[in-house]
Design a protein around this ligand. Structure first.
Ligand code: G3P
Length: 217
């Protein structure tokens, strides 16, 4: 399973990259605003800065919601850097845009996916990634992981090449459960990535090894 970090915070992206296990970055307008990145020039410079830090795919979301607008914005974003993936919302105009970009060989990430029907449409349009938001489904008492499982079954039935990018991951168990189900990618906060390394028995064991080594020397 690929690990993407879901943030526009450059320090966190650098920290995740320094671990050597980062496969990409996802951003969205809310994450950009959280970092205080506003204005088109700053937003574009920020995407370029992210691409300079990581080697993998970097999702950059369009703001337009009409086909022509999404095409214009998406083409400009894709031209910024070869690592940019155009992130497009799951609306009918978005499906048309995904098909357009797919035909042109431009990578897309279909975002704001909350049902398997939406995921099926994204795959048929040729999306590179589909982003089901598991945390936000959990927030409304609906099983987000069940959606990942449903999409996995549907895609496997037809060998769709669209990668399931489990998004709105909130914690380490989401990551582990996504890996059990067979999500292709997960995107989550730095805490969900580094949290995987934590175990009290590791800390206790390491402290004992070091203490015993000291005794013997
Ligand atoms: O990748 C989607 C993500 O940014 C949404 O996460 O935590 O705002 O639901 P969250």
């Amino acid at each position: 399973m690929k690990f993407f970090i879901d943030t526009a915070n450059l320090d966190q992206i650098k920290e995740a990259q320094s671990l050597g296990i980062l496969d990409g970055v996802t951003t969205n307008p809310s994450l950009m605003a959280k970092e205080g990145i506003t204005g088109q020039d700053n937003i574009i410079a920020h995407y370029k800065a992210i691409c300079d830090i990581v080697e993998g795919d970097v999702s950059a979301e369009v703001i337009a919601t009409d086909f022509e607008g999404m095409i214009a914005e998406g083409e400009a974003l894709a031209a910024l850097h070869p690592q940019i993936v155009v992130k497009i919302p799951m609306i009918l105009e978005g499906i048309k845009a995904i098909k357009y970009f797919s035909d042109k060989g431009i990578k897309t990430n279909c975002t704001l996916v909350f049902s398997s029907g939406q995921a099926l449409l994204a795959a048929k349009a040729g999306a590179t990634y589909v982003s089901p938001f598991i945390g936000r489904l959990d927030d409304v008492s609906t099983d987000g992981l069940q959606l990942i499982e449903d999409i996995r079954n549907i895609y496997d039935n037809y060998d769709y090449t669209t990668e399931i990018l489990a998004a709105s991951v909130r914690h380490t168990m989401h990551v582990i459960d996504c890996a059990h189900i067979g999500a292709d990618v997960m995107t989550g906060p730095l805490s969900a990535i580094v949290g995987l390394a934590k175990h009290p028995l590791t800390d206790i064991g390491l402290a004992k090894f070091l203490a015993d080594h000291k005794k013997g020397n």
